[in-house]
Design a protein around this ligand. Sequence first.
Ligand code: SF4
Ligand code: SF4
Length: 508
Amino acid sequence: MNRLHRPAWPRQPRGPDLLRLPGLRRFFRWRYARLVFQLPLLLLAVFVVVDGLTGDQLAPRNLATTTLWLHYRGLVVIALALLGNAFCAACPLLLTRGLSRRLERLLPRKLSWPKLLKNKYLVITLLLLFFLSYEVFDLWASPWLTAWLVIGYFAGVLVVDTLFPAGTFCRYVCPLGNFNFAFATASPTQIAAVDPDVCSGCRDKPCLHGRESYPEPSQAQGQAAFIPLSSIQNANGQGFFPGCETDLMVPTVVSNMDCTLCMNCVRACPYDNVALTVRAPGLEWTRAPWAKRGGFAAMLLGILLTFWGLLNAVAMTGPYYRGAEWLATVLGTRNEALLLILIFAAVTLSGLALTTAMSLLADRLGGVNNSAKSTPKAALMRWGYVLLPLGFGFWAAHYLFHFLTGALSIVPVTQHFFEFWGSAVDPNWRLSRLVPTRWLFPIGAGFVSVYSLLAVWVAFRIALRDFGKRGVLALWPPLLFILAFAAFSLLVLAQPMEMRGTIFGPTF
Ligand code: SF4
Ligand code: SF4
């Protein structure tokens, strides 16, 4: 190994490495490991599209609407809370790669993604459009539209991947992936270097750029740096091993933002030096990870997802419908799209204003009086992390509510699919809830409480880190904010919710 220089790598968590579990490292070093997870989801996508376009259009009886809006979202938050970004890891959309590689041969060359769009602002816009469309077109109630959404997603990946470098879609376009990225910051695992010293001596950084390995240099195709098979520790086959498509180099990873858990780095590292490290959930929020990568756009994404999460749940409650009725009467319009745009704008602006006020006040109390340093942007980049646990806790509570109410419906809905196509099965429509209804609120409230406490810990660490003793004063605005957010979250969860995607309401 060529020890060229010893850069000062950032601090990474040093918890147990999950890849040390028997057989796991060997499995993830295997070239086709990701395919094992992608194929079942691809099969599910096929069922979703077929049933969505041709099946029973009653949403609670269709695979498209139930699997996507009930099961998928519930399992996404469970995976994020307990493990990490498992659903990006198993993303079937990337199986269009083979086709996009063929199509790109028809192009003179790949285009580069415009510099103007190398941030999260496009993602924020697409997420806003998605949340608006979800309400305006009642996506959860339309198997047909849900199927077209899935088809559109596959087409979008294909187009972007054909025209632009691999990884562009995941990092700069995909709304679902970026929801996962933002909230994988809550996860208890992270990619890290086993031994940073080994990285210092690693010349070609294959975890980032990929590598080609064959017995002889003459066999190399020139796709990436050639590293002979004889130099690979625990060799995992020969050929081209791609590096990180979202531009993360393992020893510099300090955040789960942009990590799809694809494990390319595990396969590409010639020194078997990549760990999936266990860490305190949300540890990165206390270390300002987006100051160097992601920047203000990543922070804005996290903050807006938090407030849009509240609105997404409030929009299913009685007070929301009464408020919308009042607004419609005052404005003299029944145009739902217009009313929703106004409501989203009001929530977005007031959420941003409240967060900015909280952050500026905390900065002032901490002693930031210099007007050059006391800008709204700088204050948000310091305190905005406090909203991430609040946002994740509420999204998790909301999605789990729906998941627990309808998880078992996957059985009769699948039976109904085959019944619809002529099989002699009798769906058992009584299967739906996973837990008794009386457990739903305590589970949701439990999630909100735990993540609110995590937000308090994050605020405490930030205050101490940046303001020392004065941190005791700086802490007050975030603490009051957390208290108010948690109280409002519990109030929303306590409301009777419109049941989307289930036949039975939450009565038991
Ligand atoms: S993780 Fe592996 S490939 Fe990446 S810099 Fe370290 S030693 Fe090199
Ligand atoms: S290659 Fe990049 S995206 Fe994939 S697991 Fe490694 S760091 Fe994450």
